[in-house]
Write a protein of this length. Structure first.
Length: 132
């Protein structure tokens, strides 16, 4: 697969290759699904991974956990710092973005969920048509 190389931190470089996150060309993390999008936060990466095949690949309880918490923060050493929390009603997420200095995760419940990039806790939600 084609590598998506985007320099993010000084001379160091994160790369995404489908499921894998590389830092300085070393695989540091493997997500349960293909990485859809990511945001640099301090020197870490906040990413969202695809959950469409999750119930084919995992038993139901594990599949629910993977689907509902598919936004996470990973350090440059590959350590998982947090998974998004307090968000079970979103049924997973398909995009992440920053708007007006707030971090958003777009949920499969057709809502946009504001989350704290320090902790991964969701802080509230709105509908995409709302200006918040």
């Amino acid at each position: 697969s084609a590598r998506n190389q985007r320099p993010l931190i000084g001379d160091a470089m994160y790369q995404i290759d489908d499921y894998q996150v590389l830092f300085d060309s070393v695989i540091i993390y493997e997500a349960p699904g293909r990485v859809l999008d990511y945001i640099l936060y301090n020197e870490d990466l906040i990413l969202v991974y695809d959950v469409k095949d999750v119930f084919d690949n995992y038993e139901k309880a594990i599949g629910l956990e993977i689907r509902n918490h598919n936004v996470l923060r990973v350090s440059s050493s590959g350590k998982e710092i947090w998974k998004i929390s307090d968000c079970e009603k979103a049924y997973g997420f398909w995009a992440i973005y920053i708007k007006n200095k707030k971090f958003y995760a777009a949920g499969f419940d057709d809502r946009k969920h504001i989350f704290d990039p320090e902790t991964g806790k969701t802080l509230g939600w709105g509908y995409p048509s709302e200006n918040n």
